[in-house]
Design a protein around this ligand. Structure first.
Ligand SMILES: [Fe+2]
Length: 293
């Protein structure tokens, strides 16, 4: 490792295996606090809201470590960054005491209009210059380690002349930030766009991965949809094993947004991730022991 982000990553705590906090299962989540290592909170669900919502955030903050995962920075958008949103985001990140915060490789707004969608960006040098400038501004203002997340896309944007791994690698270097690697997104894109997900991972700077997202998808006849509404599929677990054999990460989060199952099923998925994490750690330790003279 050689970037200045290496130093930043080395100061970050290991949080373990966590869950994206969702209103519908908040009570069960807090009850299961002893088996959930940390929570990921979405600032847009709390900013400018009081009552039950604020109470939920306070309870989460008192229960376990939090990380912040935003939707509205619109880093790839053409409109100027929303300074009011950034100011509120900074206050939120400080309040949660999150060791890092994240947003997506996407654009999410047109002017004052928030699209409530994460739309893909063209993979090209111009986007890298544009996004890295904006990421640096956000990092400077919020003063916490920042991660960008790879997203799903169902068509290549016009103007793309790089592969996604080339684009992500150069963007991460230029912006000098961390990667929130969504393993399910890699799998979904690999099926829809016909590439080898393992080869894709080999081309990423995995040393920059701080956090991993795990989620489920919906496989239709001619397309796979990133729904966060189904159990994690076996090939996604395989990709997680692969990443953990090559990289050290600080946290893994399960994202479940739709079609919520009985909470025991969510806990069983967290447990499966924990087992894979423990196996990866064990394998690394054995390898190191073997290398010793
Ligand atoms: Fe994700």
């Amino acid at each position: 490792m050689s970037s200045s982000f290496d130093k930043v990553k080395s100061t970050l705590p290991y949080l373990g295996v966590g869950l994206g906090l969702r209103r519908e299962v908040a009570a069960e989540t807090f009850e299961a606090g002893h088996v959930i290592d940390f929570l990921e909170v979405i600032p847009e669900q709390y900013l400018c809201k009081g009552g039950d919502t604020r109470e939920r955030l306070n309870k989460a903050r008192a229960s376990m470590p939090l990380v912040v995962h935003g939707l509205n920075l619109s880093l790839g958008g053409a409109s100027p960054l929303d300074q009011e949103y950034i100011t509120r985001l900074k206050t939120f990140v400080q309040f949660t005491d999150a060791p890092w915060f994240s947003d997506h490789v996407a654009f999410a707004s047109l002017g004052d209009l928030y699209l409530h969608e994460l739309l893909p960006v063209p993979f090209c040098k111009e986007t890298i210059e544009h996004m890295s400038r904006r990421i640096k501004m956000v990092k400077e203002q919020i003063e916490k380690p920042f991660l960008i997340e790879n997203t799903t896309y169902y068509m290549s944007m016009p103007g793309s002349d790089m592969t996604e791994p080339q684009f992500l690698t150069e963007l991460l270097e230029e912006a000098d930030c961390g990667l929130l690697l969504d393993v399910n997104n890699v799998y979904v894109n690999s099926v829809n766009h016909g590439f080898d997900p393992f080869l894709f991972l080999d081309q990423l700077p995995l040393e920059r991965v701080v956090q991993i997202h795990m989620a489920g998808h919906l496989a239709k006849e001619d397309i796979v949809l990133d729904t966060h509404g189904a159990p994690i599929a076996d090939p996604v677990f395989d990709l997680l094993r692969y990443v953990l054999s090559k990289a050290t990460v600080c946290g893994i989060t399960l994202e479940r947004d739709q079609n919520l199952p009985p909470f025991d099923e969510i806990l069983a998925e967290l447990s499966a991730i924990k087992i894979i994490t423990a196996e990866a750690k064990q394998a690394k330790t054995s390898l190191e022991l073997e290398k010793r003279p």
